[in-house]
Ligand binder design. Sequence first.
Ligand code: PEP
Ligand code: MG
Length: 749
Amino acid sequence: VMGVQKREGESHDPFEVVIENLKHELFPRKHEVMDTDLDEEALKTLVHRFKALVKERSGESFPEDPMTQLFGAIHAVFRSWNNERAVIYRRKYKIPAEWGTAVNVQAMVFGKSGSGVAFTRDPATGEKVFYGEFLIDAQGEDVVAGVRTPEPVANLKSKMPSTYRELEKVCQRLESHFHDMQDFEFTIEDGRFFMLQTRNGKRTGVAAVRIAVEMVQEKRISKKEAVKRVPADSLSQLLSPIFDHESRRGSQLIARGLPAGPGAASGHIYFNPYEVEARVAAGEKVLLVRTETSPEDIRGMLAAEGTLTARGGVSSHAALVARQLGKVCVCGASSLQIDYERGILKVGDRVFPKGEYLSIDGSTGEIFAGKLKTASSEVIQVLLEKTLAPQKSPTYQNFAKLMEWADEYRRLDVRTNADQPEQVQNALAFGAEGIGLCRTEHMFFEGERIDIMREMILAETMPDRQKALDKLLPLQRGDFIEIFLALKGHPANIRLIDPPLHEFLPHTEAQQKDLAKKLGISVERVAKRVHDLHEFNPMLGHRGCRLGVVFPEITQMQVRAIFEAAATVAQAKITVQPEIMVPLVSYHPEVKHQIQLIHQTAKDVMKAKREKFSYKVGTMIEVPRACLIADAIAQEAEFFSFGTNDLTQTTLAMSRDDSGSFLPNYQEKQIIPQNPFASIDTVGVGELMRIAIEKGRRTRKTIKLGVCGEHGGDPDSIRFFHDLGLSYVSCSPFRVPIARLAAAQAALS
Ligand code: PEP
Ligand code: MG
């Protein structure tokens, strides 16, 4: 209220420092002194010291007038809306800044006998058990602030049996009324029990799915409600790794804390949230280690793999936040001693300086020295690795149920962006209904292949280029056969090559030397060609269909490879549905040019192979001009796929690769609500999409419309695409379940 709080450079709350010092003076030899060890005299001393601290830091005396205190508190709540952690939290959960906050003023009891926080179900696993914590002789704030480590609520059963029974009754009544898991605070005054507040409890992704499914089975909520209730993004937690059994067995357990956020995380330890952010930005895997789970640490928690604390319970705010973020968290590991000044963590007589590796298991609370191997989540073991039987994993079964319900309600199809057979298999296991984007240039990133690709790009003459293309053809054909087989009859949207040249050119001297040797030409010649092909702005350079227009033989080779693969697979009586897509189009004639080539090549292949197969041709829509002339493009194209990455880049004239340097500042200043490359800019880019859809349908009523930019896996964007009436979204394989759920939620909203 009076602004007395941790200053920059200070590692502890100043009031806590005063308490700690007093405890040390009074009990110099005791390791852990409880607040309740302080007697009346000690508390009087504490009050004097607190007042002195307030005077020293704020320049003002602590107000004795109750109204002044009350209004001070009210103003502080309103002000809290703009503190740093509220701003970071809002950004993460997309809560508009203009909403503001409310203040309740209500009479309180002192809670002389104790206070606690309880959940009607376990917020980490979702299990239907009464779960919570309490502190004797303390107030609720001490529990939620995470500066004391409370006792499990089960201990109340023996300590205050009638209160415990009352708590259990309250649990049932709350769930019957709210039809959701509740997180409530209570206090006990001379044996009397008081409820302070209740709200829907924050929970992990695993818990969200389990609670939703079980509440349907308990007939508390409908299937629709269950589908609406699980935040689509939180499904990613059901796919995240756990520690490998073997690796756990051979490891050194150094301490235990409370399991506050499930999952397995290993990383270099750092004690300062800003340092965590910096290390993560530099590419390190990091654990944030703190004495207490203070909510100010949210920036570090967001960046880190996991958070580890010495104090605080599982219902501290920071632990709740970690769970909701899907971050691994172990808290209240009281044997940990953290010395911020010296940058070390002590456990018994072992010392871990910052930067050292630790591993934490947020499902068991275990803390291990060193780096443990992680294993896949149960859902992954069932679906992808097939090492776990579905009936042996309740987590998988809940997941599968929810997905099945989601599929009943969604209208959007969900496809995947994949260019390798294994990615296709994974995506299908996650429920994808085909490929929405196969980036063919990605098929040439690996091994020797990149050199053939480079040979083609660097070729100065048609015969040279043809030589490289002849080498590429069989490789491409082989890849497409495998992809068609992996698809098991589902459609495959294959995009013709779209390489921003800089991604493929050999830039270093060593690369150029190596390539020159392989091609049997001089390194000077390679260097000169690289120099000639240098583009100032490769993203706006000779890429997309511009490559196929200037060098039609490239389009011909690729299309031949696709159709020959299709014919081969069709001959084996397996359905193939190739959809060939022309990228980065802006002009009607360039579309016409490319699509004529495709049809002609199809004819040639069918004739040569004596095999008929069906196929579709269409275009990416990823340039504003293409949106504006979509009616003309639709004369040639049977489908549009919105490349919202490039469409965002070209509409905003904002580089997808370079915007990271200024976008966070734009978000801080609230110039934009969210990163437009992550969540679609519905106002600007969305308007262009509307125009394209309207014009495209005017020419071709049944034109198929999809999205294959990164936005295809973002729940907010998916809602917008549903409203636009698209037929499908396409996203990376591991986001397919999220997209399925988000599509159902869009349909139900
Ligand atoms: C796009 O631009 O949205 C797209 C899918 O293509 P790429 O990301 O390959 O440029
Ligand atoms: Mg693109």
